[in-house]
Each structure stands twice: as structure tokens, then as C-alpha cells.
Design a protein around this ligand. Structure first.
Ligand SMILES: Cc1cc2nc3c(=O)[nH]c(=O)nc-3n(C[C@H](O)[C@H](O)[C@H](O)COP(=O)(O)OP(=O)(O)OC[C@H]3O[C@@H](n4cnc5c(N)ncnc54)[C@H](O)[C@@H]3O)c2cc1C
Length: 282
């Protein structure tokens, strides 16, 4: 492995709990101890191999059992393409339905991540086909998201609002961080006006402060969510101030795609170096 590979592995170790479900549960316990809920994701995406997709289903089913048996405070979050969306959307939806049914029985909330723009319609269909105890992600970089949010909120959806970890052409997506952030504000306002419970998932302190200030008047049930290894201490401070906080905890051997997205987002090298050098207190 070259120097590049070593750096990638070091960073992946900060962002990812480890290869096994028990690693994710161990990290969950650390977060739970400071009053933070975990959202556990089994890494894997763009799967086009039936066996890998069936394996992902088994992993989620057993993860749900492990969460129930351990008494951990944790939700799960799945990528549609790891459940086979690219192979057969109907089967992917059935697989998602089986996982949701097991999660519901165990009192575990089940999230659907949002991936590429081409998958948004199929992901919303998967979500709407399995209501109850589930939530879906909406990305502010997409121009269509205001309409999606309206449709989802009118059906009583629980939404996790993110900026989006993907990119797309000018016709369908905002290109700059500034525009994406402006749209994040617009969508946040919509959630405050039309939803009771939702998740503000960002490390952008301006957006978090804005949501907190809006919520002092509106009194909604707002969760603040971050990715593991980016602002853990800040998340713990928010939880100490009695906010509802959750941290997304990925695990599994397929760490490369996830880590590259995080690397791209770490906006400058100083931030990365500081992030690598700092000791995570939780
Ligand atoms: C709980 C959760 C679930 C998510 N689910 C999805 C999903 O389903 N689909 C999807 O497309 N995206 C998802 N995302 C990712 C999201 O879309 C963004 O890509 C990611 O959160 C970075 O954007 P930001 O909102 O933090 O804002 P940015 O403007 O990108 O970042 C704000 C600040 O946070 C810090 N920061 C951000 N990223 C890093 C990093 N990697 N290293 C160090 N510092 C960093 C920097 O200080 C930066 O200036 C999720 C994010 C969270 C927190």
C-alpha cells in the first residue's frame, strides 16, 4: 500500500466503526453513554451481484436482532442500491419491506439513504410502499427536492435533510455550496412549517444554529445528526444542552466509496490534518 492508501485507511478508521456489526455496536455504546443515538449503516452501494444484495439483507436482519438484544439506542440506515435497486427495483423494495418489518418488531427505526439523482423516484416509491417506523433522506443540492419534500410531508414522512453527497448537471442540481446551502434553508423552513419531527443532518454550524433558533419558537421535535468522526465533540456538547442528537455509524469491509465521499467534502487539507491529529473524545 502506498502513502496515499495508508492515509485513506487512517481516515477511514476515523469515519468507520470497523468491519463487523459488533464494532458498530461498540461505537454505539460510546455514543449512547453521552446521550447520542446511533444510526448504523452497513457499508455497500451500487451492488449488482445478487449474492452481495442477499448478504446485505441478512446483515441488516441480524443487526436489528443485535440492537434489540443489546438494548443499544440505535436506528439503521440502508442504501437502496445495496438492497438491489440497480438489479430489480421490485425485489429491492420487497427486501426493504422485510427489513422494515423486522425493525418495526424490534422497535428500531429504519432509514433509507438517498443516492444518485437517477434513483430518487425509485427510492421514494420504495419508501412510500413501506410506511410506519421509517424515514427518508432529502438532498438540498437537487432542484426537485422542494416538490419531493412537499409530497413526502403531505404523506406524513419523517425526513432527514442533507445537502447531498453527490453531484449532477446544472439542469437538475445546484452547483455551488452557497446555492445548496440557501436551498437547505428553504427546505428547513418548509419542514418547520409542515412536519412535526425531522432530522437536520449537517456539520454546518450556521444551519444547526439557524434550526435551533427557529425551534425555540416552533417547538418541533428536531434531531441533529452528524457523521461519525467529523464533529463528535460538538455533537456531545449539543446533547449536553438537551438537544436530540444522532450520529451515523457505518461499518463493514466496503469502506472505499464512503471514504472517498468524505475526503472530497473535507473542504481543505488543514481541516483534514486537524481532523486526523485530533483525539476523538468519544
Ligand atoms: C446523518 C447523516 C446522513 C446522511 N445521509 C446522506 C444520504 O442519505 N444521502 C446523501 O447524499 N448524503 C447524506 N449525507 C451527507 C451529506 O449530504 C453531506 O454530504 C455531508 O453531511 C457534508 O455536508 P454538510 O451538510 O456537513 O455541509 P458542508 O458545507 O459540506 O460542511 C460544513 C462543514 O462541516 C465540516 N465538514 C464537512 N464534511 C467534512 C469532512 N469530511 N471532514 C472534515 N470536516 C467536514 C467542515 O468544517 C465544513 O466546512 C448524510 C449526512 C449526515 C450527517
Amino acid at each position: 500500500m502506498g502513502v496515499g492508501g495508508a492515509v485513506e485507511r487512517l481516515l477511514a478508521g476515523r469515519w468507520i466503526a470497523g468491519p463487523e456489526a459488533r464494532d458498530a455496536l461498540a461505537r454505539t455504546k460510546r455514543f449512547n453513554a453521552v446521550n447520542i443515538k446511533a444510526v448504523i449503516n452497513y457499508l455497500g452501494e451500487e451492488l449488482i451481484d445478487e449474492r452481495a444484495v442477499a448478504d446485505a439483507e441478512m446483515v441488516y436482519l441480524s443487526l436489528i436482532d443485535m440492537i434489540r438484544e443489546s438494548g443499544a439506542r440505535a436506528d439503521i440506515s440502508m442504501k437502496p442500491s445495496q438492497l438491489g435497486l440497480r438489479i430489480n427495483p421490485e425485489e429491492a423494495s420487497a427486501r426493504y419491506g422485510r427489513i422494515v418489518a423486522r425493525a418495526r418488531g424490534a422497535g428500531v427505526f429504519a432509514w433509507l439513504d438517498m443516492e444518485r439523482p437517477e434513483d430518487v423516484d425509485a427510492t421514494i416509491s420504495m419508501y412510500e410502499g413501506n410506511p410506519g417506523g421509517t424515514g427518508i433522506c432529502v438532498q438540498s443540492y437537487l432542484r426537485r427536492s422542494a416538490a419531493d419534500l412537499e409530497r413526502l410531508c403531505s404523506g406524513g414522512a419523517v425526513v432527514r435533510l442533507v445537502k447531498g453527497a453527490y453531484s449532477a448537471g446544472l439542469d437538475i442540481a445546484f452547483q455551488s455550496r452557497l446555492e445548496t446551502t440557501k436551498n437547505y434553508e428553504v427546505l428547513m423552513d418548509y419542514l418547520f412549517a409542515h412536519a412535526r419531527e425531522f432530522v437536520i443532518a449537517t456539520h454546518d454550524l450556521d444551519m444547526i444554529n439557524r434550526a435551533r433558533s427557529l425551534n425555540r419558537e416552533r417547538g418541533k421535535h428536531v434531531w441533529y445528526a452528524m457523521l461519525s468522526g467529523i464533529r463528535n465533540r460538538y455533537a456531545a456538547a449539543l446533547a449536553r444542552e438537551n438537544e436530540s442528537v444522532e450520529i451515523y455509524v457505518p461499518f463493514g469491509p466496503r469502506w472505499v466509496d464512503y471514504s472517498y465521499r468524505r475526503l472530497r467534502e473535507a473542504s481543505h487539507l488543514t481541516l483534514l490534518i486537524r481532523s486526523m491529529a485530533s483525539r476523538q473524545s468519544i
